[in-house]
Design a protein around this ligand. Structure first.
Ligand code: LLP
Length: 430
């Protein structure tokens, strides 16, 4: 029933997160509340570092994809754990810099970076820009006058990673990156090689998200290595970095089939070694961009149950004091989640219910037809594995303030993101 090491049940039958009692947390900080366990986040970071050390001689760097959860506390942890960072907007970059993240280890992504964002990244000496298209290549070349900028090219490897279609980004019909088969990617490499202010150091791809297979990563690595070999033979440039993006899946419920990270890298690293030898390429620095798998399993959202509406013969709605504003993922993707009654966590989940939010929208649901303990108004509900793409995708629909986030460190909570107030809802109004 539990999906992460940080979760447990105490002698009161309450859910615990990193050893902290969920009911105490709800009482102290109110609900809705995002809770994140620091030990679990660090453990997830280390799993990547360890896999790279074990299977690839340490010749790699995991970059935390901060879109999963961008806040200063997470940037600090990523840096302390020896990771680089993937940012995709000026806002994510600003957050990282405010947290003291070393810009030399930041990779700036995005399929339509603004001129302001590119200027900002160059001014702050961001280590690497991952260029998405020819327009950006030209703009960047112009802006980089005087000081060469290290770039990677984002490539579409044309791989279908068999995940939910809305979060699949690696196939040909994608707004991201350069296509290989049209010659566009090679043209970009040629232009980059000719631009005096740009230094082409590597290639990047991202085949999708919440992936449980190793094959898409192996295929992508193979396609990119062949492109690197073409660049070497036709342009005389030996690229030193291969970035395979993020995408490794996590457990949301018992139907998920997440593999330990080491399983992916053992296979990918073996393939890289074999293919590099065959193509006569030096082993590139391997970059990975885990997002979801860093904070995802370490997060829980707590809610208070309001009305329980039983519609005879149809379904039972258990309503909570949050919903699509703090977690739009069921509404957007039909995403699966495990829901528990945190104050009855030791009891079996005997009921089948629909957990509904408090927003003015019929589709504002957190989970439909899901197992839950018998619940009553005032109970505390916990939705598990909400550490990624919940806070970062939250909205203020209905002018509902975003909840605060607490981090648990050795059983003790502290606020890492303050909750918004109703005054904040009108703060920017003129
Ligand atoms: N690198 C790049 C270039 C990406 O586009 C992404 C995610 C990542 C890394 C991190 O991927 P991860 O390890 O988290 O799968 N909002 C969706 C997920 C969108 C992912 C977008 N790109 C969701 O809630 O499921």
């Amino acid at each position: 029933m539990f999906l992460a090491d940080c979760l447990g049940v105490n002698e009161l039958g309450h859910l615990t997160i990193g050893g902290a009692d969920a009911i105490d947390l709800a009482r102290e900080f109110g609900t809705p509340l995002y809770v994140l366990d620091e030990t679990q986040v660090r453990q997830n970071c280390r799993a990547y570092k360890e896999a790279i050390a074990k299977f690839y001689g340490g010749h790699g760097l995991p970059l935390y994809a901060s879109k999963a959860l961008s806040c200063k506390a997470l940037c600090r942890i990523a840096q302390e754990e020896g990771m680089g960072l993937d940012v995709v907007s000026a806002g994510e970059l600003y957050t990282a810099l405010q947290a003291g993240f070393d810009p030399a280890n930041i990779y700036f992504h995005g399929n339509n970076k603004t001129r302001f964002e590119l200027e900002y990244a160059l001014r702050e000496r961001v280590g690497f820009i991952v260029v998405d298209n020819l327009t950006e290549l030209e703009t960047l070349s112009g802006l980089a006058a005087g000081r060469p900028v290290d770039i990677l090219l984002r490539i579409k490897p044309g791989i279908d990673a068999h995940t939910h279609q809305f979060i699949r980004t690696g196939q040909i019909d994608s707004k991201f990156g350069f296509a290989l088969e049209t010659g566009e990617a090679f043209e970009a490499a040629r232009m980059a090689a000719a631009a005096p202010n740009l230094r082409l150091v590597g290639v990047h791809c991202h085949v999708g998200s919440q992936i449980f297979d190793v094959a898409p990563f192996e295929l992508a690595a193979d396609v990119l290595l062949r492109f690197m070999a073409q660049i070497k033979s036709e342009l005389g440039i030996t690229l030193t970095q291969l970035n395979l993006g993020g995408g490794i899946g996590i457990f949301y419920d018992e139907t998920d089939d997440a593999l330990p990270y080491g399983v992916y890298f053992e296979k990918v690293a073996a393939l890289l070694k074999e293919r590099c030898a065959a193509l006569d390429l030096p082993l590139p620095l391997l970059l990975l961009e885990p997002g979801r798998s860093i904070p995802g399993p370490a997060g829980v959202t707590l809610y208070t149950v309001g009305a329980v509406k039983e519609i005879p013969g149809i379904r039972t709605y258990v309503t909570v004091d949050g919903g699509m504003g703090d977690n739009p993922r069921y509404m957007m993707y039909g995403a699966n989640y495990t829901v528990l009654c945190a104050n009855r966590a030791a009891q079996p989940r005997t009921e089948t219910v629909t957990v509904a939010g408090r927003y003015c929208e019929s589709g504002d649901l957190i989970q439909e037809h899901t197992k839950l303990q018998a619940t009553a108004p005032g109970d505390i509900l916990a939705v598990l594995a909400t550490g990624a793409y919940n806070y970062s995708m939250a909205s203020n629909y209905n002018r509902v303030p975003k909840p605060p986030m607490v981090m648990i460190t050795e059983g003790r909570p502290r606020i890492i993101v303050r909750g918004e107030t109703i005054e904040d809802m009108a703060r920017l109004d003129c």
